[in-house]
Every structure is written in C-alpha cells, then in structure tokens.
Design a protein around this ligand. Structure first.
Ligand code: SF4
Ligand code: SF4
Length: 111
C-alpha cells in the first residue's frame, strides 16, 4: 500500500510561522510542543555575491500527517494554510519523483 508524506520545497518559505500555528491548533498542543517548527539558517555571507538566509519548516515526531483532516478528505492544515505553497501532500513515490527536477527539497515520510 502506498504511504503518504509531505514534500517541503522551502525555497520560497518566508518564515511566517503560519504552519506552526495551524498545526498546534489542529493537534491541540500546549505551549512548548510543536508538530512542525520553522528553522532559520543564517543570515551569513557565503561570498561577495551570496548570502545564506533560509527558512525550513520541519515536521516533528508529533506530526501525524493530520490523520483526522485527511480522513475527512481535507489536506493537512500546514499544507492548506501555507500561502507560499511550500508544502505538498501525497503518495511518497510521487513526491520523491518531483525531487529529480529540484533536489533542494525535503521529503517527510513517517511510517
Ligand atoms: S512553510 Fe509556509 S506557512 Fe510555514 S513558515 Fe514557510 S511560508 Fe510560512
Ligand atoms: S501534517 Fe498536520 S500534524 Fe503534520 S506538521 Fe502538518 S499540520 Fe502538523
């Protein structure tokens, strides 16, 4: 049977934290616990022309891929609420195939 996951194309992630708040609400998590957290790398200078300044949303062990929403035919709430369309939900094989064209992405595929 096909497994589902989330593909994270963080190039256009703005670090707005909306996914974090949507996830906390969905899972009913208390202060200090997160189903997804946005990491910030940089800013630091790579060379005269480039800076590293990157935001990457990372699901945690508490992520259950929004099982209740998905069972009701909805998208995971982090995917639904990200206005930058950073995250995509679907079968792992289909998501992995997309990485051939753009290798700088993360694939989250819990069992
Ligand atoms: S993944 Fe989307 S919702 Fe989350 S911080 Fe990045 S831009 Fe915002
Ligand atoms: S899929 Fe649902 S539980 Fe997992 S990080 Fe996204 S909002 Fe949180």
């Amino acid at each position: 049977m096909s497994r589902n996951g989330i593909l994270i194309d963080y190039e256009f992630c703005t670090g707005c934290h909306t996914c974090e708040m949507a996830c906390k609400t969905e899972l009913g998590l208390p202060k200090g616990k997160w189903g997804i957290q946005v990491s910030q790398i940089g800013p630091w200078q790579i060379d005269d022309n480039q800076w590293e300044y990157t935001f990457i949303p990372v699901p945690t062990t508490l992520c259950n891929l929004c099982e209740d929403r998905v069972a009701a035919g909805k998208l995971p709430t982090c995917v639904h609420h990200c206005q930058a369309l950073v995250m995509r939900y679907g079968p792992v094989e289909e998501l992995a195939a997309l990485m051939k064209d753009k290798p700088k992405m993360l694939l989250f595929a819990p069992k």
